[in-house]
Write a protein that binds this ligand. Structure first.
Ligand code: ZN
Length: 133
């Protein structure tokens, strides 16, 4: 089963907690045991699993900016001036795979599924595929 999650971001860089939507897609699928793939369809966004604490979110944004700062002489900036966002997305990765047991995502107490916008604001699509096992 495939579910397409639409996200409208509002800032240039924004972390969106999509855990509830992913769990909803798992529930809708009826799959009790399996895996769930969460996959962004864009090259300037990332999907991570981590804590959604506001200070940590700000730390993440700040560190990504220091690792791949905007306007650092990138060749891709000649095309659309967003090379830093692509490079930050590479650091985060484009998908996560999460086990499903008893119809729910198996996650630790503080784990959340986070969509990371790196070149917003834009309309974005995240694919959620639930696979029974
Ligand atoms: Zn680009």
């Amino acid at each position: 089963m495939i579910h397409l999650l639409e996200i409208k971001t509002e800032k240039p860089v924004q972390v969106v907690d999509i855990t509830d939507q992913v769990n909803g897609a798992v529930a809708d699928s009826g799959v009790v045991e399996g895996i769930c793939l969460v996959y962004t369809l864009h090259t300037t966004t990332g999907i991570v699993i981590n804590e959604s604490e506001s200070g940590l979110v700000q730390d993440l944004v700040r560190r990504l900016s220091s690792l791949a700062p905007p306007g650092d002489g990138y060749l891709h900036d000649r095309i659309d001036d967003n090379a830093h966002a692509h490079l930050q997305a590479v650091l985060l990765g484009s998908c996560q795979t999460i086990p499903i047991e008893e119809g729910c995502l198996v996650m630790g107490t503080w784990q959340r599924v986070l969509f990371v916008e790196l070149d917003g604001p834009r309309r974005r699509n995240v694919l959620i595929k639930v696979v029974p096992s």
